[in-house]
Design a binder for this molecule. Structure first.
Ligand code: HEC
Length: 225
């Protein structure tokens, strides 16, 4: 009995030592352009699916067909999500193409229709993937607006989408909104806006995603492709 126990302890110790040596050797490549091996990828995929499914259970989904809810989602989606998740008429962005894991194209018709999971993911984000936890600055009703927009996104034409965004209140979600990094936007009131006050931020976007020729860097210089 004692012999078995000692053998077991030694085996555990060996595994811990080997694990530590592997980590410290630097052999694990954290580069985003180095894909996971397929078993690791499969494991992470299952862990993510189960984690979200268990936590989204019991979330009550409101009426997502309310046109005003969809409209509010459009303004916020355009300000916060397009760069990673694309939109009707927006085929590819640098963030969408260079992130690993790649942000899913949310205009895709084959995406599972699961509003409760979408709500949970938008609110809490997904660790170490680039998907932010928007719940830290976006109140629940506005997250439902984003979910309502996602329900419509695959069936919208580029024109429908732009019309929805244009008639929305822009980037507005109950406080915590920040000005986008693009300094070409017109923000006459940004600096003296009371912190956390509910105020429409109806900037005219320079439409970086729909202008494939060039965009402006944070320092204002033009960057052509
Ligand atoms: C910086 C890039 C980035 C931004 C900005 C971003 N996301 Fe994501 N999002 C991701 C990535 C990456 C994933 C996939 C993570 C994974 O594979 O586990 C993701 C996953 C999702 C998912 C789950 C989709 C699925 O089918 O699994 C939803 C829903 C989502 N994002 C909605 C949004 C919304 C709404 C916004 C804007 C409020 C947003 N995201 C902004 C990167 C981003």
């Amino acid at each position: 009995m004692l012999k078995t126990l000692v053998t077991l302890l030694l085996a555990v110790l060996a595994i811990v030592l080997i694990g530590t040596a592997v980590v410290y050797s630097g052999v694990i490549n954290v580069a985003a352009d180095d894909p996971h091996s397929s078993p690791v990828h499969a494991l992470l995929e299952v862990a993510r699916e189960r984690s979200i499914a268990v936590r989204a259970e019991g979330i009550e989904v409101p009426d997502l067909n309310d046109p005003e809810l969809i409209r509010s989602g459009a303004g916020n989606y355009d300000a916060m999500c397009v760069a990673c998740h694309l939109a009707p008429g927006v085929a590819g962005t640098e963030l969408n193409q260079n992130l690993n894991p790649a942000p899913p194209d949310l205009t895709n018709r084959d995406r599972p229709d699961d509003p409760a999971s979408d709500f949970w993911v938008i609110k809490h984000g997904i660790k170490a993937t680039g998907m932010p936890a928007w719940g830290k600055s976006v109140a629940d009703p506005y997250i439902w607006g984003l979910v309502a927009l996602l329900e419509q996104l695959p069936s919208l034409t580029a024109m429908d989408y732009r019309a929805l965004v244009a008639t929305s209140d822009g980037h507005q979600h109950g406080g915590g909104e920040m000005a986008p990094l693009d300094h070409n936007d017109e923000h006459p009131d940004t600096d003296d806006r009371p912190a956390g006050k509910d105020q429409a931020d109806t900037h005219q976007k320079a439409e970086p995603a729909t202008n494939p020729e060039g965009h402006h860097r944070a320092d204002g210089s033009e960057h052509m492709h």
